[in-house]
Design a binder for this molecule. Structure first.
Ligand code: BGC
Length: 451
């Protein structure tokens, strides 16, 4: 993914002299015309049909860029990690009552740090480059958006555990569970690797099992997870979209499985709850609360489900100084208002929240509230902190790793979504999740607070 950044900027290079892809660079996938081999020390790994990436090491699962199913490799990985869990101490079975972020250092995602470091190296302006490097020190969440990325989590947990041992500080690893079958049912940009029609639920359960097996090996490292961005919100408002209607039962079963299993290894979980401009509309609040409550209760009220995550990968202010004109008609025009309106409607799900502010630094930049794709002029926002100003909010977080793309603007891509071609979307955007150097540089330039 990264290579798009570094190389695309240098990528006045004609295609026929394209070098090998850098670590984390794209190296294959439908529509990809760049390099298909990786620099030494990394291996081209198929993440999904649209995207192969140079991952560090010599991955066992895949060594070529040809898009293919990852199912085969997943079935073996699960059983191989299961054996080692027997040596691990039992994870705590009781969730703490308080804020799981309190008293913990957040482990910096090496994946994002590597993306940012390479991006900084591609910036010629030295002031901008040093600001870019500051971003590598700001914690983001690691998105497990493909089963091939799950083994990275084992490495991070091991690193967090040794940091914990050497520093005496307690560490917390932040992840996003994001691999539902028929993912992103109301849009195209983030369609994923599993399909409901093709064994999707079983593949998803296997993905969850692999994550659980890894986490079980590090019971002393705290893990916080955002569960499946957009999925339940789509079930609240987008059942008129046939793909969402078809996915409803599977999404519920899959999310239930995820929270039950992650609960067994003590992962503190926040279900994704869209944002103020989605579920925050007055007509959507009660249906949303009912869905969250009923799913949580039917799952057996897993004690490590701490609450809800809002504004993931979006741009809303936590507290807007004035309502953005695009929010007209919604009294809940910022995330705090949305959270304050939703919380009292929850009858069983705990009303604790985390709020993504990673790209919310600059306001009043959208033409419509529903515009979500690489919005032009966005800036990095408030840094992660537990000093949130509201007892409902555990932490301000950066869930979306700023600089990773929301979706391609290439109209011929199978994952082209029209939102990514709107006038307020940044042009020349690569595939979702891959590095978007120009966008990263705008986020730095428009950061508020400034970098
Ligand atoms: C993409 C994922 C990516 C995530 C974070 C989503 O839009 O679909 O692949 O991991 O954003 O950048």
């Amino acid at each position: 993914m990264l290579k798009i950044s570094a190389l695309a900027v240098l990528a006045v290079l004609p295609a026929f002299v394209q070098a090998q892809s850098a670590v984390y660079g794209q190296c294959g996938g439908i529509g990809w015309t760049g390099a298909t081999t990786c620099v030494s020390g990394s291996t081209c790994t198929v993440l999904n049909a649209y995207y192969s990436q140079c991952l560090p090491g010599s991955a066992a699962s895949s060594s070529t860029a040809a898009p293919s199913s990852t199912t085969a490799s997943t079935s073996t990985a699960h059983s191989s990690t299961a054996a080692s869990t027997s040596t691990a101490a039992a994870p705590s079975s009781t969730a703490i009552a308080g804020n799981p972020f309190e008293g913990y250092e957040i482990f910096l995602s090496p994946y994002y740090a590597a993306e940012v470091t390479a991006a900084a190296a591609a910036i010629t302006d030295s002031t901008m480059a040093s600001k870019a490097l500051e971003v590598a020190q700001i914690p983001t969440f690691t998105w497990l958006d493909a089963v091939a990325k799950v083994p990275n989590l084992g490495t991070y947990l091991a690193e967090a555990q040794s940091l914990q041992a050497s520093s005496g500080q307690k560490y917390l690893v932040q992840i996003v569970i994001y691999d539902l079958p028929d993912r992103d049912c109301a849009a195209l940009a983030s369609n994923g690797e599993f399909s409901i029609a093709d064994n999707g639920l079983a593949n998803y359960e296997n993905y969850i099992d692999q994550i659980v097996d890894l986490i079980a090996q590090y019971p002393n490292v705290r893990v916080v997870a955002v569960i499946e961005p957009d999925s339940l919100a789509n079930l609240v408002t987008n059942l008129s979209v046939p793909k969402c209607a078809n996915a409803e039962t599977t999404y519920k079963e899959a999310v239930t499985y995820a929270i039950q299993q992650l609960n067994t290894v003590g992962v503190y979980m926040y279900l994704d709850a869209g944002h103020a401009g989605w579920l925050g509309w007055p007509a959507n609040l009660s249906p949303a609360a009912q869905l969250f409550d009923s799913l949580y209760t039917a799952a057996g009220s897993p004690s490590f489900v701490r609450g809800l995550a809002t504004d993931v990968a979006n741009y809303n202010a936590l507290v807007a100084s004035t309502p953005d004109p695009i929010t007209a008609g919604n009294p809940n025009y910022d995330e705090l208002l949305y959270i304050q309106a939703l919380a009292p409607l929850l009858t069983s799900l705990p009303a604790h929240f985390i709020v993504d502010q990673g790209r919310s630094g600059k306001q009043d930049i959208r033409n419509a509230w529903g515009d979500w794709c690489n919005v032009l002029g966005a800036g990095f926002g408030t840094r992660p902190t537990t000093d949130t100003g509201s007892s409902l909010i555990d932490s301000i977080v950066w869930v979306k790793p700023g600089g990773e793309c929301d979706g391609t603007s290439n109209t011929s891509s199978p994952r082209y979504d029209a939102h990514c071609g709107l006038p307020d979307a940044t042009p020349n955007a690569p595939e979702a999740g891959t590095w978007f150097q120009a966008y990263f540089q705008t986020l730095i330039a428009d950061a508020n607070p400034a970098l």
